[in-house]
Every structure is written in C-alpha cells, then in structure tokens.
Design a protein around this ligand. Structure first.
Ligand code: GLN
Length: 484
C-alpha cells in the first residue's frame, strides 16, 4: 500500500481493495517501525487518525467520496490543528493546543482526508537543514548522516521514506523546494496568495506560502486542488479562479519556451548537480521544448535582501509570544518585564533569537532606511527581472539547490553558509511566484532537484511541465533502500 501514488490509492479505496482504516493502520505501523531512525514526526495521534479513517470509509460507502477521501496525509506542524498539539518545532509552543483548524486543515477535513500526524520542522520554519527543531534534527532517508533540508524537512523525509503518501509544507525562502530536492521528492510552492495562510503560524507574512510534498506532479495537482482558493479570513489571499490542475496534465510540450538564467549555473554549483540538471533540460528538448538563455541580473541580491526582510517580519510576528497569552511561560516571574524576558529567553532557540535581533535592528529608527527600505527596493528589482523574463519564456528552469544534502553539523555553526543553501529558491518568494522541485537524478548517491519556476498563478502549466517529464523519466519513483 505504501508504494502507491495518491491517484492509485484513491482508485483502490473506491474499488474496495482496502479500506481507509486498513490503509491508515498500515502507515501508522510504518511510522512506528521506521520513524525512530529519521525523526520526521513530532506528533502522531493514532486514535484521531483511525476515527477520521472510519468516517472516511462511511463517506466512501455512501458514495460521497471526493478524490482524496480516506487518504492519510502528514501535516507540517506549523498548521494549527484543533485539539492536537501545534508546536512549530519550538519549545515556545510545546504546550500549545490550538482551539481551531487552519484553513488548509479544514479543507482537508472537508475532503475526508485522514491526518497521520504533524511533521517535524526547523523552529518557526527558520532553517535549511532541520537541525533547529526543539524535537531534534530530522535525518535524510537516503543517508541518515546527512540533513533532509529545511524547514519542512520532516514532511520531505516522511514522504521520501514512504511514512506518508504525501504531506504539506510551507515555503518562505525555499522550505518546500530545498528539502524536496535533498530528499528526492516532488515539491510545490504555489504563488503567494494561492493558498490561505489562515491558521498557519507566521514567520515572514509577505513571503510564507503553503504547498505540497508528493511522489509526483500528478499527486501535487490533486493536493493543490483541495488546498487552493480564496479565503476571506486571510487578507493576503487572492481571489483568482482555481484551475482544474488534474485535467491540465495532458498538454504536450511542443514549443514550450524554457528560460535558463545564466546566474543559476555559475560559481558554487556542484558539478554533479549541474550534470543532472543539464540532462533534465536535454530531456525537455526531446519533448519539444525550446531553450532560451536569460538573465536575472539582480539574483545575487536575493539572499541579502531576504535576510533583512524575513527577519524584520519575523521580529514583528514573533512578538506575540510573550509568555502571557499562549505558549511557554517561565517559572515564578518577579514582575512583568522578567516574565517577558525569561519566557522569550527560555522559549526560543538560538536561530530564532538571531533572526529577531537582526529584524529588530533593521527596523529600528536609525537603520530603517539603510536596511529595510533598501531591501524592499531590491525586492522590486528582483520581481522586475522575472517580469521581463516571462515576456520571453513560459517557465524558468535551473537547479533547486547548489549542492546535494550535506552532513549534519556541517553548516550549523556557520549561518551564512547555511543561508546560501537557498540561493536559487529565495528570489521566487521575494517575487511571489510559484515554483517546483522535481527529482532529476543523483550526485554522490544523493538526489538532485530540478527547479521549475512559473509565472503568477500559472500552477497548472507548472504541474503539467513537471508531469510530462515524469512520464518519460523515473527519478521520482526511486525509493531509499531501507524504506522500499
Ligand atoms: N532557509 C530559509 C530560512 O531559514 C527559508 C526558510 C523557509 O522557507 N521557511 O529563512
């Protein structure tokens, strides 16, 4: 059962090959058996999952099933789930039980989806290696000495090890695409505003977007179909029609114009990664696509601009964790100031504190113009680069990451080298564009991801472009030996 795609699982449930309860039990068993090795889940609530599965079986029996009814999924522990712990990977929220569901969770519930559990993540989604979680690091199922990427590393690792058929994630600067690449699964970050952020714990509100980890682009289309749509509870949600993503997977690629930004193939790119990506491009040419060299001249400014804007927004967002309303509270505070200081000092980890301090500094009266305002101007230049590129091409392709999964501990003492893991993904978030990472080969025996960037709300095309490649290659079907 664990080797089937979402489309295959849906068909099997409909034909009565097995029930949702049987399917859910089999995944719960796999989690019990294997998750000790990779630490991809923070919370697994078996009773809750099985109750949802039985309810789904009733929906199926009554002929009321939708495409995902009865399928168990894993949810990143950043989405509020009514009655079940939502930690965001932090000691600060270790005791937090949300009194409501995030819109994404509510949509899955309505669709009859079963929640297997909440996946591990970097604390407050800050990181590229999943080493900053209060619940311990996540390991890459392809080699447990290496990291799965971050911040949605738990979701990526769970899907790669077949401990969930698919999972959600969030991507602020690369946190879906980078771990998808490092774990050899398909990752989709939709356009900013496509999926509601209501009930998704905020890191950097102008960049955060929810998306998917799946075995294939077809599965991503099935999940996005449920997740996408306008939500009046999220003021940044955009009222734009939702395409039929699954029906859109049948277009051939003749005449598709692919832009290759020269800045994504330069210094710092591991040769094995470049080879795999170039082979994928060659495959696209065989499918009838045309390749055009383009330039995104302000690419080198994306990491510096991001590391002003994201910390600035996080310093504001995380001020709500004050030891008063919810989350961690220190023992026996002397007075209010002591309560704030110690609750925040004890509840947040080092990376989160680093970001809050950078953000507070960048927003302070004397430095606002020099840092925050300048970063916002650069952000506009980066979006304009993409706008010009999309006048000439339909999609942009390149590597998702400069290198394959690195060893745990290798970059944790060097924040700047860690931040550079997202050098090819961050610009997309600054511009608000959709992007995917699709498995396209191996280097040093570790998976490589091909990044595909689309124009605003062009998810249907993006998914089809990924799907056509997956019809002629089988990189996305590779499974780490220990989890077959
Ligand atoms: N690695 C980036 C960061 O640490 C991106 C994280 C994310 O996308 N949530 O900010």
């Amino acid at each position: 059962m664990h080797s089937k795609t979402l489309a295959e699982l849906a068909a099997a449930l409909k034909n009565g090959e097995f029930s949702s309860e049987e399917l859910t039990k089999s995944f719960l068993q796999r989690i019990q058996q294997h998750d000790g090795d990779i630490n991809s889940y923070i919370t697994v609530d078996e009773e809750h999952a099985l109750a949802q599965a039985r309810a789904a079986d009733e929906m199926i029996a009554a002929g009321k099933a939708g495409p995902l009814t009865g399928i168990p999924l894993a949810q990143k522990d950043i989405f509020c789930t009514n009655g079940i712990k939502t930690s965001c990977g932090s000691k600060m929220l270790d005791n937090f039980i949300a009194p409501y569901d995030a819109t994404v969770i509510e949509k899955f519930n309505q669709a009859g989806v079963v929640m297997l559990g909440k996946t591990n993540m970097d604390e407050f989604a800050m990181g590229s290696s999943n080493e900053t979680s209060y619940y311990g690091g996540v390991k890459n199922p392809w080699n447990v000495d290496t990291v799965p990427g971050g911040s949605s590393g738990g979701s990526a690792a769970a899907v790669a090890a077949r401990l969930a058929p698919a999972a959600t994630g969030t991507d602020t600067g690369g946190s879906i695409r980078q771990p998808a690449a490092l774990c050899g699964v398909t990752g989709l970050k939709p356009s900013y505003g496509r999926v509601s952020r209501y009930g998704m714990i905020a890191f950097a509100s102008s960049l955060d977007q929810a998306g998917t980890f799946t075995r294939s682009a077809e599965d991503a289309a099935m999940m996005l179909q449920v997740m996408a749509g306008f939500d009046e509870k999220d003021s940044t949600s955009i009222d734009h029609p939702v395409d039929d993503y699954v029906a859109g997977l049948k277009q051939d690629l003749k005449g598709l114009k692919i832009g290759l930004p020269k800045e994504y193939f330069g210094e710092g790119l591991q040769p094995g990664v470049a080879d795999a990506v170039n082979q994928a491009i060659a495959e696209y040419k065989k499918l009838g696509a045309e390749v055009v060299e383009i330039s995104l001249p302000n690419s080198h400014l994306s990491v510096p601009a991001y590391y002003v804007i994201a910390p600035a927004e996080c310093s504001s967002n995380l001020s709500r964790f004050d030891g008063v309303r919810f989350g961690y509270r220190c023992d026996e505070p002397k007075d209010l100031e002591d309560l704030y200081k110690r609750s925040r000092g004890e509840g947040f980890g080092d990376e989160v504190k680093r970001r809050i301090m950078i953000g507070t500094y960048a927003l302070s009266a004397g430095y606002y113009d020099a840092y925050y305002l300048k970063a916002q101007k650069i952000r506009r230049l980066i979006s304009d680069d993409f706008k010009q590129a999309f006048e000439k091409v339909d999609v942009i392709m390149g590597p998702t990451t400069p290198e394959v999964a690195f060893k745990a501990g290798e970059k944790s003492g060097d924040p700047v080298s860690m931040y550079l893991s997202d050098i090819y993904t961050i610009a997309t978030n600054l511009a608000g564009l959709p992007g995917m990472s699709v498995p396209c080969g191996f280097a040093d025996n570790m998976p490589v991801g091909l990044q595909i960037i689309g124009n605003y709300f062009d998810e249907a095309r993006l998914l089809n472009v990924a799907h056509q490649y997956q019809q002629v290659t089988d990189w996305h079907q590779q499974v780490p030996a220990a989890y077959k």
